[in-house]
Design a protein around this ligand. Structure first.
Ligand code: ADP
Ligand code: MG
Length: 197
């Protein structure tokens, strides 16, 4: 490519409206603009779970790999609900971030961490070395086929609400009751400076 063309990149083509005037899904150009537009840091929560292999070490590695961590809940163990029979118990915690990352950037981080833990997507809701779910990102709402924020199933999961209550009890009021919290057993905490005492 010539120096002249590098200095004068062609403008992005304008995007015609959809026939019914509905908003178009974001393009990668739009994604890029959103990424670079200034954002305030918001409070975000991520749920971590593992029921295969060295569960504690998978969770520890995930906390180390998350950006902008400010606090980690206590650790909880829960028998698996649904999914194929014969799975081991889950170890879960929730991590609080103070971050400028977008929900989609956080999903990318989550998927990188799951891949690093060699998570095999063999069967839905089957055993996994690491499950990373983005629960809340400030008060943002996303409703895309591959990303829903707030996480759509978080309000009915004791293994999410009990650790979330360690960090943000005000958020679970009206959702966490003794029925939902039943079977979620406290089993200590992860090591590290942000872990709950
Ligand atoms: P679950 O976490 O409900 O047990 P999975 O981890 O198997 O189920 O689901 C993974 C898929 O869920 C991913 O491919 C991801 O695109 C999608 N997904 C939608 N919303 C979220 C979210 N808030 N956090 C993480 N994954 C999400
Ligand atoms: Mg998940």
């Amino acid at each position: 490519m010539s120096a002249r063309r590098r200095r004068l990149p062609s403008p992005a083509p304008s995007r015609p409206a959809t026939p019914d005037g509905a908003p178009r899904p974001p393009t990668s150009a739009q994604d890029r603009r959103e990424r670079h537009s200034p954002r305030d840091a918001v409070r975000a929560f991520v749920s971590l779970g593992s029921n295969l292999g060295d569960r504690r070490s998978y969770l520890n590695d995930a906390v180390q790999g998350l950006p902008d961590v400010v606090a980690v809940s206590k650790l909880y163990e829960t028998d698996p609900v649904g999914g194929p029979p014969g799975q081991g118990a889950y170890l879960n915690c929730v991590v609080e971030l103070r971050t400028k990352l977008t929900p989609r950037e956080l999903l990318a981080v989550a998927q990188t961490l799951e891949s690093a833990a060699a998570r095999a997507r063999v069967e839905r809701w089957g055993p996994r070395t690491l499950d990373v779910d983005i629960l809340l990102v400030g008060d943002e709402k996303v409703d895309d086929p591959d990303l829903t924020i707030p996480h759509p199933r978080m309000w009915e999961r004791g293994f999410v609400l009990v650790p979330l209550a360690d960090l943000a009890p005000e958020l679970v009021v009206g959702f966490l009751d003794s029925d939902i919290g039943r079977g979620v057993r406290r089993v200590g905490r992860l090591d590290g400076p942000q872990a709950q005492p």
